[in-house]
Design a protein around this ligand. Structure first.
Ligand code: NAP
Length: 276
């Protein structure tokens, strides 16, 4: 369910795309190739950052080199770039490789068809993964083994927590919750800041009060405890916070809005996943 899987045989891996997500993965693996279960790593990215160029100074890592057979391919290009990238990957793939995708919106079947592979693990990371603070949900095709799932959990650990395996339908819900979720929290910081300004606070004061409240509350939540308990702990009956929460939790308020927002995200995700 989470990272910390037992050690699997060392693999030769190919990472396609080394931007925010792929770069965070490559940095994490480079820190301890053995723990990541990797013998060697090839990276394909025509516009690799200087940081990725520096990783390739390690003799076990090659950047934009000629194809050689790999056991494992990790897809971290933008979804729209996948169609262009897929045909060129055939030259890299050994018999029956494992494919792990962090691409949003491209279904496992489609990845399997385009690459001609059976064992596909499709994941949904989120933006905080770029600093190792994300959460990644994943689904594994029927052909995947327990060892494949353990390897995927180990390889995804540099992005943060790993949750799965789950069904592809559950992954759609996960997309709407954790994949899109950072935007909901950034919006919360924005609207809290706007409300602070509307209440008469200076813009710089409004900004620090709103932003630090969101990040500080997140850190407190990370320490443990149920969100509802933490909320009740700062809400005296009939008090000031209770007055605000009465508005936020009224019919049509935050609980209803979030349910509708998540439904809209799931519906849009299904629409985008349909073939043209
Ligand atoms: N960022 C997130 O929060 C997030 C969350 C969930 C899922 N994802 C998924 O993660 C994937 C990667 O996202 P990202 O934010 O890491 O994107 P990104 O920063 O744009 O990284 C993608 C990298 O792939 C490179 N690239 C483009 N075409 C390529 C090709 N043909 N071969 C090899 N490399 C190529 C890009 O180079 P150029 O910049 O030169 O095009 C870029 O460096 C996407 O599919 C996205 O849906 C991201």
């Amino acid at each position: 369910m989470t990272s910390g899987a037992k050690q699997t045989a060392a693999r030769r891996a190919l990472l396609v795309g080394a931007g925010r997500m792929g770069g965070a993965l490559a940095r994490g693996w480079r820190a301890n190739m053995r723990a990541a279960g990797l013998k060697s790593l090839d990276i394909l990215d025509p516009n690799a950052s200087p940081e990725i160029l520096a990783l390739a100074e390690d003799r076990r890592i090659r950047l934009n080199a000629a194809p050689r057979p790999v056991d494992l391919v990790i897809l971290a290009v933008k979804p729209q770039g996948f169609n262009a990238t897929a045909p060129g990957l055939a030259a890299w793939l050994s018999d029956d490789p494992l494919a792990i995708s962090v691409m949003a919106g491209i279904q496992s079947d489609s990845i399997a068809d385009r690459l001609g592979v059976r064992r596909v693990i499709r994941t949904m990371p989120n933006t905080p993964g770029a600093i190792g603070q994300g959460v990644t949900a994943y689904t594994a095709a029927k052909a995947c083994t327990e060892e494949d799932r353990e390897l995927a959990e180990t390889l995804l650990a540099p992005l943060g927590a790993v949750v799965g395996p789950m069904t592809e339908t559950e992954l759609e819900s996960a997309t709407a919750i954790s994949g899109c979720g950072p935007a909901y929290l950034f919006l919360l910081a924005e609207v809290l800041e706007a409300a602070a300004r509307a209440s008469g606070l200076k813009p710089d004061v409004a900004a620090i009060l709103a932003r630090q409240t969101v990040t500080g509350a997140g850190a407190l939540l990370a320490e443990g405890g149920e969100p509802a308990d933490l909320r009740r702990a700062v809400t005296s009956p009939g008090g000031v916070t209770a007055a605000a929460l009465d508005v936020l939790m009224a019919p049509g308020g935050m609980p209803d809005l979030f349910r509708r927002a998540v439904e809209a995200a799931i519906a849009r995700n299904r629409q985008l996943a349909k073939p043209d």
